[in-house]
Ligand binder design. Sequence first.
Ligand code: ADP
Length: 538
Amino acid sequence: MNSAPASSKLRVVLLTSEMFPFSKSGGLGDVMGALPVALQNQGADVSVITPFYGRLRTAGHEIRLVKSDCPVGYPWAPVTAEIYKTTYHGVNVYFVARGEYFDRRAYYNTYEGDYFDNCERFTFFVRAALSWCRQFDAAPHIIHAHDWQSGLAPAFLHFLRRSDPFWQQTHSVMTIHNLAFQGRFSFRLFENCGLPGEAWHMDGVEFYGDFNMLKGGIAYADAVTTVSPAYAREIISPAFGCGLEGILQVRRPELHGILNGADYGVWDPNNDRYLTCAYTPETLDGKRVCKRALLREFYMADQLEDRPVLCFIGRLRRQKGIDLLYEILPELMKYEVGVIVLGEGSLEYEARLQELVEQYPGRLGGAIGYSEDLAHRIHAGSDIFLMPSRYEPCGLTQMYALRFGTPPVATAVGGLIDTIVPHPSPRATGFTFARPEAEQFLEAVHQALELWQRPAKWQAMMKRAMAQAFTWDLAARKYLDLYASLLAPTATSLGAASRQTDAEHSNPLPGPVRERAEVAYAADQKVPEKQTRMQSGL
Ligand code: ADP
C-alpha cells in the first residue's frame, strides 16, 4: 500500500485489540466494526490495525500477507511481525501477526486467569502497529487508541514526536471503553517496553508502583474520550474511577464523552438473517413468531407464549449484575414468566446458572458460551431485557434491545442513563432503578410486568423503543469534530516538539524498511470454535 500516493483526506489510524467481524469478545468489537466505517463514510481516510488472532485463519475472510518482516525494535530487535491486510466496507484493516502472541484459544484470558504475557503481547502489538504506520507515505493525522491493549500508543507517540519528524503532525486520542480493565503489570515489564525512563512517574505510566498501560494512554494522549457522556462524568469520581480518577481529573479539560452508536446494519429485526421471522413496529406479529421459535429452541413451556419472557445477554460478571439476577430469580419464578440467560464468564456464575436451570425446568433457559446468532434470536423473541449493571461505560445490548422492541430494565448508570428514557415518562422506552440492589431491581421488574399487562401501553412503549436511533453517523461526526480541534493548534503545540533534536531523545521505533511483495494468504490451521452449551431443565 505504500506505493499509493498519500491521501489528502484526514488520515486516521485506529488501534484496537478487537474488530467485528474479525474478532469480538464484547462491545469493543462491535464499536470497532462500525466506527471506522462511519468515519470513512464521512470522508476520512481510515485504517484499522488489530491483532491477527489464530481463529482468523479458518474464518473465511479474504486476508493477505502484505509484509512478512515488519520490524518491532528493541527489545524485540531480532523479532518481526507479519502484517496482513483486508478491506472492510472500504476501510483498510491491517493485522499484526505473530503466532506466539496471538494464535491462542482466547483473546486475553482463560478460566485460570489472564495470559501471563499480556503486557508483552500488547506492547508488541502497539509497537508493530506504529512501526507499520511509519512505513506509510505520509503520517496519520490521528492515531486513535482503544482501551488498555492500545494504551501505550499515545505514550510512544508523545516521545516519538520529539525525535522523529515523520510523526510531528500526528495527534493521539485515547478512548476508554471500560476503565476497570487497565493493563496493570509489574514495574519490571516497564523496563522492557521501550518507553524512556522519564515516562515512569505518577503523571505518566506509573500507578502505585506498577506499570499501567491504560494510564499511559490517558496521560499522554492529546484527547481522552469515553463512550458515553454520563460515564465521562462518573469516572472522575472515586466510586467509578477505578483508582484513575486522579489522572482523569488532571485530564478533565481534554476528556469527552461521545455516546456509542448501534450498528443497525447488523442489529435490525426487519433484516436479520438469524431470525425466523422479520418484523417492524407495524408488523409486531413477527416478534411473536420469533418468541415461539425461541421458546422451542430452549425447550421452554409453550404456555409462556402468552406470558412475559425476560432475558439477559452479556458477560457473567459482577459488573453486569448477574448475581442480582440470580438473587431475584426465586421471586420472579413465583410469577408465570420465563427467563432466558445467555452468557459466559466466571466459573462460579456459570455453575450457578446451570443449577438454577435445573431448579426451574421449562421456565428458565440458559446458554453458557458465546453465540452471536443466539444473541439476535433472544433479543427478538423476548419481551423484557434485563441489565442490572453496577457500572456501564455505554452498553450496546440495551440499544439492540430497544431496536428489537424489548424494553430494558436497567440500572441508572453510565450509558444506560444516556440511552433509556425511564418509565413513567410519556416518552419512556424502558425502566431504570437507582442503585444496583436486588430490591430495587425487583421493583423495576414489577413495574415492567405491570405495564406488560396493559397491551396498548406496552405496545406504545415497544414502538417508541424501536424508533430510537443511536446512529454511528452522529458519533462519527463528534469524533471528527474532536480530531479537527486537535489539528487546529498544530503549529504551536508541535513547534515545541520539533525544536527537540534527535540526540536529545532516542527513537524507540525503527525507521522504514523495504516492503516485500504481497503474498496470498493460505488458510492452513484449524482452531475449533468454542461450543455454546444450550440447556434447559426439561
Ligand atoms: P461489554 O462490552 O461490557 O461486554 P456491551 O453491552 O457494550 O457490553 O456489548 C456486549 C456485546 O457482546 C454485545 O454485542 C452482546 O450481544 C455481545 N455478547 C456478550 N455476551 C455474549 C454472549 N455470551 N454471546 C453472544 N454475544 C454476546
